[in-house]
Write a protein that binds this ligand. Structure first.
Ligand SMILES: [Zn+2]
Length: 234
């Protein structure tokens, strides 16, 4: 997994048992080539070179979409997302949980941001999304798994770095807590996408056909995530 350099294009190579190579721009803007085990460095460099135009165009697009980073302030009135809707923040003196969503507002214990430290407030939001997400995603995975024809070994919601979701060889699915900021329709797309990876580890036509069978309008949901994914943060 050492980053490689090819005519100015920096990419990381991940080899695994698969039939074809797949080039993706990760959420952090890095370029990853998922390659079959038999492909040597020269073959991979040739694949990258053949898709140069697409790579440069996609990287430029990624920079445009990510030009405005998320800067949320932990103060009264600031909007925070949950299931695709923004709820205003209200700082409160005391409450049972560090962060709650009730009566159409996020209420956050004031002492968590008292000294201008936002780490505690950020983790209160993370914990909130993980708790809500674990329950909701378990339900959605339970709903979609029979449609895809698989039986997942369980789910987990956690920090996943630049990935929205992942699927372990054990059949256990993991979802990024940030998924909970997206609309339900987009969360369902992430769920179905990951479930289909149990059958197909790569993004071949066979994989997308499988997604399409369950969610015929998946392209719109996928596009929403591509455009708005960078804004899903706290
Ligand atoms: Zn995928």
């Amino acid at each position: 997994m050492t980053p490689s350099l090819d005519e100015g294009i920096v990419y990381e190579v991940i080899r695994s048992p698969r039939a074809t190579a797949d080039i993706v721009i990760e959420r952090d803007g890095s370029l990853v080539v998922r390659a079959p085990e038999w492909a040597d460095d020269a073959q991979i460099a040739a694949i990258v070179a053949s898709r140069q135009y697409w790579i440069y165009r996609s990287l430029a697009e990624w920079r445009d979409l990510n030009a405005t980073g998320v800067l949320r302030e932990y103060k009264n009135g600031e909007g925070f997302l949950y299931l695709g809707r923004a709820y205003r923040l209200l700082l409160v003196a005391d409450q049972d949980e560090p962060l709650q969503l009730k009566n159409g507002r996020f209420t956050l214990r004031r002492d968590l941001v008292d000294h201008g430290e936002i780490a505690a407030a950020k983790s209160a939001f993370r914990d909130f999304y993980i708790a809500k997400g674990t329950e909701r995603l378990r339900g959605r995975v339970g709903y979609f798994a029979p449609k895809v024809g698989i039986e997942p070994a369980g789910i987990e919601v956690k920090e996943l770095g630049h990935r929205w979701a992942s699927c372990a060889a054990s059949g256990k699915l993991a979802f990024h807590w940030k998924c909970m900021m997206a609309p339900q329709t987009v969360i369902d797309y992430i769920v179905v996408h990951e479930l289909c990876h149990v059958h197909h580890r790569d993004h071949t036509d066979a994989f997308w056909n499988e997604v399409d069978k369950v969610l015929p309008d998946f392209a719109e949901r996928k596009e929403w995530l591509r455009k708005n994914g960078a804004g899903l943060d706290v």
